[in-house]
Structures are given as C-alpha cells and as structure tokens.
Design a protein. Structure first.
Length: 402
C-alpha cells in the first residue's frame, strides 16, 4: 500500500466509511472539477485519490480484496462524490458497475483482471457494434464502441459483440472482456455536460477473444451468469438490467442535492432584482420554489432506494425478480431523473441568472445532470412504457433490456 492509501484502515470499510471518505475528498474533487471539464477527462489526481480511498472497489469480489457491497452502496457513494463533482462521480460509478459485470465471468477471467491488480479499472458498453469471426478457442472481432465513460483510466473494457456460428452468422449477443492494451482509444467526447467523464470511443482491429472472456447477454438478462462463485456471493446474483439501469442515477441524485444546498446557502445574501426583497429567503415565492424542489429531490431518492432494495433483497434471497418488478425498476429509474432534472430547473429559476455565470458551480451541475439524464437506459418514456405494458399484461415490444 502506498503512502496516500495508508491513511485508511486495512479493515474492510462500511458503506458509511466510504461515504465519509468521499466527503473528505470533496475539496480535491471540487478543485479539480474545472480542469476535468477543460481536459474532458477526470484529473489523474482525483482518480488516484478515489482509488486509494477504496471508492473504486465497491463491486470487486472479496476474493480479490474488494468490498463486494450492493446496489444501494453504489448509489450512496456515487451521490456523495457528485456533491463535489459530477464527472468524477460518473467515472467512479461506471467503473464500479463494470467491475460487477467482470465478476459475472468465469473465475479464470476474473483472475486475469483482478488477480494481479485488485484495483483494476474497467469501462464498458453493451451495444454490439462489432463484427466477429469464429476461430479455434474463441472469436476474432473488429468494432467501434462509443461512450466508454472513464475509458482514459481503465485497464480493461467490457464490450458488446455478436456471437456467430461456424458460418459467421449471428446466433447470440455477447459481452466480451478485453484488455485495454488490445484497444485503440479515440477522443470523441465533445459535449455540453459531463465533459470530464471522458466517454470516449474504443476501437478493436481483428483481436482475439477467448471463450472464457465472453458471456451471453440474453442469458444474463434472465439471471444466467457463467461465474462459478455466485452461490456464495449473492451480490453477483443481482438482476442484470435493473442494476445496470438504477445505478446510473447515483451521480444524478448527488447533483440534485448539490444544487439545492448551493441555492439554500446563497439565499440569505442574494436579492431578487426589481423587487422589494433584499434577501431571496424573505420571499414566499422563493420559499415555495425551494420547498417544491426539495420535495422532488426527496421523492427521487425514495424511488431510487426502493429500486435498489428490490434488487438487493432479491439477490440476498437467491430469487430473480419477475418481469413486473424489473419493469418497475426501469420506471423508477426514469422517474428519478425526471424529478431531479425538474428540481434543478426550478432551483435555477429561483437562484437567478447568476447561476449561469461560468464561475458558478450551479451551471455545471445543471449541465452535468442534463446530459447524464439523457443516457438511453434511463429515459423516462421507455421505462414508463415498459412498466405500463407489464401492469396491463401487454406484450413488450419496446426493448429486451428488462
């Protein structure tokens, strides 16, 4: 353990410990936020600090020195980081869920990732934007995958691919575990918000993937994972699509809390222009806006935690959630991002035009939340339609991701 990491106890931390560490690092994350935006990737200093604090090992199995926690832990830790910087929270969070995905592979593959480096970082994209050729022992693939959050800092990637037969015809959709050394990083992330997430493009050029580093996504959607260790590790029995969707709201929850706190703290010293109010806090209209935003943020947390508890409780009991519960998690996910973005918009109106100054952290919170909330897996209409179909017994013609 290096000197920076030695300030932390060697004993496995609790979720509360990790949240406390995230808040201790808030000044550093906040300081590095503008540089992360300018450089379009989280600063290495912040990544190393998060690694040293153990914030990147929430999903790594205990067999490799990880914390092997649960869905709710990912929400708590990523939202705590996001109170200081949204991009750092997004990268830490996506690394953690990709480490969870890595832990679904056969132990042989897990050994290759975590065996030599328990702090291994992983990025990923499920979309099978590649071509594959079946060869002895595995496949050779060529492809391009966009929006690999944290791709600059990862040593491995989990990437979607078609699984083909001997005639190279697609028969399944797979997820391949690939060392970053075999991939080309392409800087394509030029966006209005979440700039520092470094969600770059990865390219593969005729690389070999052995069978033990590929699993079937359709089978995973139904809870059939290839890891041999799952019977003694309930976290790795968690429902596939529900956990992949709900964890995305963790940073968004923290951004909502950060916006509310910033506007509250400024309310006693800011006037409302062209009115008799010398302080925003004296205005009943302002008070109503703050209360309504706070209620929206609280409501979002209730739905996020309900979804996380559904996933974690089922995994602990060894039960795979039925379609109705899984659809409700997708709806909960959409509802969370809808309520948080509405709350932040209301807070922007309440605070006033100063919130859009480049020097104000509020405009970056607003931009980061707006971009994060447009992730395809969290879109409210998709989640609502899925849940509505399940409630009414109507055939799902929307997406296989449920």
């Amino acid at each position: 353990m290096n000197k920076a990491a030695s300030v932390y106890s060697l004993a496995p931390p609790t979720v509360q410990d990790l949240v406390a560490r995230a808040r201790e690092l808030a000044p550093l994350f906040r300081k590095n936020g503008p540089a992360g935006e300018a450089n379009r990737r989280v600063e290495d200093e912040s990544i190393q600090a998060a690694t040293n604090a153990g914030l990147m090992k929430i999903c790594t199995p205990k067999r490799y020195g990880g914390w092997e926690m649960n869905t709710r832990a990912m929400l708590d830790v990523s939202s705590a980081i996001a109170e200081a910087d949204g991009g750092t929270a997004w990268v830490v969070n996506l690394n953690n869920i990709c480490c969870w995905l890595t832990s679904l592979y056969p132990v042989k593959a897990q050994d290759e990732v975590f065996g030599a480096n328990p702090d291994a970082r992983v990025s990923g994209v499920l979309n099978p934007t590649a071509t594959a050729v079946k060869v002895d022992g595995g496949f050779r693939i060529t492809g391009t995958w966009h929006y690999n959050s944290g791709g600059w800092h990862a040593q491995w990637a989990v990437l979607g691919m078609p699984i083909v037969d001997a005639a190279n015809q697609p028969v399944d959709q797979g997820l391949a575990l690939i060392p970053m050394a075999d991939l080309e990083r392409v800087d394509t992330w030029f966006v209005a918000g979440m700039k520092s997430s470094g969600s770059i493009c990865l390219k593969a050029h005729d690389i070999f993937i052995p069978h033990h580093r590929i699993f079937s996504i359709p089978r995973a959607i139904e809870g059939d994972y290839p890891t041999e260790a799952r019977s003694g590790e309930p976290f790795y029995r968690s429902a596939f699509v529900p956990i992949l969707s709900i964890i995305l709201v963790g940073p968004i929850l923290g951004l909502g809390r950060a916006a509310l706190e910033f506007v509250r703290q400024k309310a006693g010293s800011r006037t409302i222009a062209y009115t008799f109010f010398e302080k925003q806090s004296a205005s009943v209209g302002f008070q109503l806006q703050i209360a309504e935003a706070a209620m929206m943020i609280d409501t979002a947390h209730f739905h996020a935690y309900r979804a996380a508890d559904d996933i974690d409780d089922a995994a602990a009991r060894g039960v795979y959630p039925d379609m109705l519960i899984r659809a409700r998690v997708r709806a909960d996910t959409g509802y969370v991002v809808e309520k948080i973005t509405q709350a932040i918009d209301k807070l922007m109106f309440a605070h006033g035009s100063a919130g859009f100054a480049e020097s104000s952290p509020l405009q970056r919170i607003w931009r980061d939340a707006a971009v994060a909330s447009r992730h395809a897996v969290v879109l409210p209409p998709v989640g609502y339609e899925l849940y509505g179909k399940m409630l009414l017994g109507v055939e799902n013609t929307v997406t296989p991701l449920i």
